[in-house]
Design a protein around this ligand. Structure first.
Ligand code: FAD
Length: 438
């Protein structure tokens, strides 16, 4: 049986979360709109406003919902998480209030899976408690989509490792207590066997920020995406996360869930844009009637809704694939989950760009102004087309997986759907049954 309904008990939690985000969290977005502000642990907003809200989220059992109960989370599957993320996507501060903000959620996951007891104690526990934030550094200035081109290197030296090289767009570095960096440890083998993960505490000598890069609209030089340089940066051997050579595999594990979280949060953003669009075209009049009476406007609304519904179902289906793969441990299911995650990742920017643009456009000058959130919401589209890997790379994964079991046609010239060839076979099949063959 197919069933698209949500368990009533969980739906009640989602309803609580939706109300809570609108009434308690969105006002914080309005007063503290900086991209980096949610990560500033020293900030007044965090101390005075967010900490009490986090306590209420904990009371509801919705804190760090992506983590297993052993780590203080809900242990819910990806489908449940997706439904919650759709709600959190409306607000910039909401993921921080619910303890699921990137990159900390991904870093916590890999620390939980691969960290030693000491690493969990030193880095994971304060991260889960919301006392610190962290950074993830994989991309290099010379290219991020192709890890095969990474050159940042760590060399074993006595009881530690020495790192030299550069990383780029390490989000939230200025506020982070530690960096998890994927670094080449064996340049003689391909990157998927020759890289390792290191935990580098803030302030480690030899790690510096060349500059902070921001997104469009932020003052130049003030962004929180760190351009990092490592010069003879020494970390003790116990700061290696997982086994040497497993960096790439760990990175894949961390990015899979994150891509679904971003996708469902994008669906939440689109839903908010759609609600704004409906309100606007019902309120605004033109040529003596509501904008909603114009056929082109109605078509645009219908197109936006259809696009959003298709995308939302695609994300939920991908989330279900991930849950199934985890439950069965089946390799084919795992492969299907990878396929669906990449497909969702590739579909995310286009959905945001299209749906939010339509809403923005129908708001006229107000839509593109700084008095509505739409232009900034739209910016998430192009940004998510790059972050976590560009769209083309994900479409390539989709195509590769689809082609994996492809078998060339026996009739290479006309293929297996060639009507004249199939008609001959059909006539042979029914010969003797039909008096007259068509
Ligand atoms: C907001 C934001 C936050 C980020 N946070 C982090 C972070 O915390 N940590 C981190 O390590 N990185 C982070 N990144 C970096 C991100 O992962 C990289 O930008 C991304 O992997 C692409 O790398 P690049 O920018 O070097 O682009 P390139 O690799 O130079 O690619 C540029 C373009 O070339 C084309 N292209 C590349 N490869 C292919 C291909 N195989 N086929 C066809 N076309 C291709 C695509 O059009 C692509 O967009 C962040 C990026 C953004 C925008």
């Amino acid at each position: 049986m197919w069933d698209f309904s949500t368990d009533p008990e969980y739906q009640a939690k989602l309803d609580w979360a939706a109300r809570f985000v609108r009434e308690e969290v969105e006002p914080i977005d309005l007063l503290f709109p900086g991209f980096a502000e949610p990560y500033d642990r020293e900030g007044e907003a965090y101390r005075e406003l967010v900490l009490p809200l986090q306590a209420r989220v904990r009371e509801q059992g919705l804190w760090a919902a992506h983590l297993p109960p052993s780590l203080g989370g809900m242990g819910m599957g990806q489908v449940g998480l997706a439904l919650l993320n759709e709600i959190l996507g409306r607000s910039q501060w909401a993921p921080m209030v619910f303890g699921t903000q990137a990159p900390d959620s991904g870093n916590a996951e890999i620390l939980a899976h691969h960290g030693t007891e000491e690493q969990r104690h030193e880095f994971l526990e304060p991260l889960l408690g919301g006392r610190i934030v962290s950074t993830y550094a994989m991309t290099e200035p010379t290219g991020g989509a192709d890890p095969g081109g990474f050159t940042c290197r760590a060399v074993r030296d006595g009881d530690g490792w020495v790192i030299d090289g550069e990383k780029w767009f390490a989000s939230n570095y200025p506020h982070a207590a530690f960096v998890i960096a994927m670094v080449i440890t064996d340049p003689e083998v391909p990157v998927h066997r020759g890289s390792s993960m290191f935990i580098i505490p803030a302030g480690t000598p030899g790690m510096e920020m060349v500059r902070g890069t921001g997104l469009a609209g932020e003052p130049v030089g003030e962004g929180v995406h760190g351009y990092l340089r490592f010069t003879g940066c020494r970390v003790p051997a116990e700061n290696l996360l997982g086994e040497p050579g497993t960096g790439f595999a760990i990175a894949q594990q961390r990015l899979g869930g994150g891509r679904l979280h971003h996708a469902m949060r994008s669906a939440g953003l689109c839903r908010r844009a759609l609600e704004m669009m409906i309100e606007r075209i019902a309120s605004r009049t033109t040529r003596g009637g509501p904008l909603a009476d114009q056929q082109a406007v109605r078509q645009s609304l219908a197109d936006a809704w259809i696009k959003l519904e298709q995308f939302r179902l695609q994300v939920l289906h991908a989330a279900w694939q991930v849950d199934r793969a985890k439950e069965t441990g089946d390799r084919d299911h795992a492969r299907a989950a990878r396929l669906h995650i990449s497909a969702v990742k590739a579909a995310t920017p286009g959905t945001l760009i299209d749906v939010v643009y339509k809403a923005m456009h129908l708001h006229g000058a107000l839509g593109v102004s700084n008095e509505l959130p739409l232009a900034r919401m739209w910016q998430a589209g192009p940004t998510l087309g790059i972050a976590d890997g560009p769209t083309e790379a994900h479409k390539d994964v989709v195509a590769k997986l689809l082609l994996r079991d492809a078998v060339p046609a026996q009739d290479r010239l006309f293929g297996s759907e060639h009507i004249p060839t199939r008609q001959i076979a059909a006539r042979q099949k029914f010969a003797g049954l039909l008096k007259e063959m068509p």
